[in-house]
Design a protein around this ligand. Structure first.
Ligand code: NAD
Length: 485
């Protein structure tokens, strides 16, 4: 982060679209009144950038500003229909490798929900750059789509160590890791295994693991049991919104996106175009995101001052915006902001948590590689587009590979063995996986000629879509087995 000559911290401010400018102006006003020493660099991103033809939705000057400051407070961004397919939010997260998404979920005084009084106070930590969000998708046949789910050992260790460090910094005692490792043993299982490997390094934090569907269930029946919960990207995306709903919804839900080089703070909600420009927007979510920013830069006093003013204002229920006010008492954004400013310096019955700076080491490029003493190939999975049906695909392929380095073991359709037939009632689409084994393992860089020979033998009525090598690392099979295999 960049300190200016005046002892203030420079922060890039991206007001964004829809209600963005209103909630940004409100947030800046409350922070200034609280004495936060921030120098804003106002930058643009979102709809306006897309309309100027900037494919990422974020102009170079905005990227350069964040490179300089290392900090951004961001309003909601829209991708206007007809202007590019990528989200400016996702582009920013990926550009700055903002790998940790933090979503505090704390019961707010004065905000009535079916869960009020349960003492919900958790943080959902979501891995923010891997998983299905790498955006690697293909149509395999006109009727079958594929999305690659990439989970890495270093990516998992980085987010898990961040979650442990956050738990320590907030004086919390439990970290739950929630995965779907029972089904996706290699990808979701990766996060579970790394969690088990490193949790002993944090003796003050009690680790636990729970399957993600049970986590959703537990979050609704007993949300107060959670302290910090860490998840892979898509699970975290869904369950962090569920968790936000427990304490009042997106209008009051803050978040941060943290990386080694930069941190970006933003409300969870979108641009709410229906109410934009009408002085109706609730700035609480962006303000609470700014409170996270203040703690991130070490200004714990200003953070607590703003947070306590929000708690007092919500508790007293006077001059709240329409979305959270008692029926018929809602006021404009400007009046709510004036009330927040008036309440600065007051303490509510609900204390702020104790926070300490989070300490996580930066990751070096070498840490991206996990070495193995031996890497061998034991076969290939060949993905085939064919309308011939399972019996013909298996029989024809078996005959075609006679005399090659490979022998056909099984053919599967969407993961279920259909050749040799096992008597199931599988509904087959035109996308098959043929598992072909080598007689003996070969080195990872060998076998090009054998694979080329194999591809040349694919019979009429079939075409190959992609090929996966079946690897063995350090003598251990590194691929999923078919049921019963
Ligand atoms: P939304 O969050 O904008 O609106 C959902 C509902 O909540 C609406 O009824 C809205 O009026 C209300 N609402 C949201 N924030 C509010 C606030 N601060 N005060 C009062 N009421 C509020 O979700 P949406 O309608 O699905 O999305 C609108 C646009 O925002 C889309 O273009 C979407 O892509 C974008 N979006 C951006 C982000 C982001 O930049 N992080 C996140 C979500 C959606």
């Amino acid at each position: 982060m960049a300190l200016s000559t005046t002892g203030t911290t420079k922060v890039t401010a991206i007001a964004g679209d829809g209600i963005g400018p209103e909630v940004m102006e409100a947030t800046k006003a409350v922070l200034a009144a609280a004495g936060a020493r921030i120098e804003w660099e106002d930058m643009m991103a979102g709809a306006e950038a897309f309309k100027k033809g900037i494919q990422s939705g974020t102009p170079r000057e905005t990227i350069d500003s964040i490179e300089r400051t290392g900090l951004a407070l961001k309003g909601p961004l829209e991708t206007p229909v007809g202007y590019g397919e990528r989200s400016a939010n996702v582009s920013l997260r990926k550009h700055f490798e903002l790998y940790a998404n933090i979503r505090p979920v704390r019961e707010l005084p004065g905000i009535r929900t079916p869960f009020s009084g349960r003492g919900i106070d958790m943080v959902v930590v979501r891995e923010n750059v891997e998983d299905l969000y790498a955006g690697i998708e293909y149509m395999q046949t006109p009727g079958v789509a594929e999305c690659l789910k990439l989970i890495s050992d270093p990516g998992s260790e980085r987010i898990l160590r961040f979650a442990f460090a956050l738990a320590q910094a907030e004086g919390r005692s439990k970290l739950a890791c929630s995965t779907k490792a029972n089904i996706m043993k290699l990808t979701e299982g990766m996060m579970k295994r790394v969690f088990e490997r490193i949790s002993g390094d944090y003796p003050s934090i009690a680790p636990s693991h729970l399957i993600v569907d049970n986590c959703a269930h537990q979050m609704v029946i007993a949300p107060e049991q959670f302290d910090v919960v860490v998840m892979t990207n898509m699970n975290g995306d869904i369950l962090s919104d569920l968790a936000a709903g427990l304490v009042g919804g997106l209008g009051v839900a803050p978040s941060s996106n943290i990386g080694d080089k930069a941190a970006m703070f933003e409300a969870v909600h979108g641009s709410a175009p229906q109410i934009a420009g009408k002085n109706l927007a609730n700035p609480t979510a962006l303000l609470l995101s700014a409170v996270m920013l203040l703690r991130h830069i070490g200004d714990f006093a200003a953070a607590e001052k703003v947070e306590q003013s929000i708690y007092v204002t919500l508790t007293e229920g006077k001059n709240l915006t329409g979305d959270i006010a008692a029926k018929g008492t809602g006021v404009g954004t400007d009046k709510y902001v004036a009330q927040l400013i008036e309440n600065l310096g007051r303490k509510s019955d609900k204390p702020s948590r104790d926070y300490a700076p989070i300490s996580v080491p930066a990751w070096s490029p070498e840490q991206g590689v996990v070495a193995a003493k031996t890497k061998e190939v034991v076969g290939v999975d060949l993905f085939i587009d064919s309308a011939l049906g399972p019996q013909a695909v298996g029989d024809k392929l078996q005959a075609a590979v006679q005399g090659s380095a490979f022998s056909l073991l099984t053919v599967a359709n969407r993961g279920v063995q259909v050749w040799p037939p096992v008597g199931g009632h599988t509904f087959c689409v035109d996308h098959y996986r043929a598992r072909l084994m080598l007689a003996a393992p070969i080195g990872a860089t060998e076998g090009q000629a054998q694979i080329a020979d194999l591809l040349g033998r694919i019979p009429e009525g079939m075409s190959w879509m992609h090929l996966e090598k079946l690897m063995r690392f350090d003598g251990k099979d590194a691929f999923s087995k078919l049921a019963g295999e």
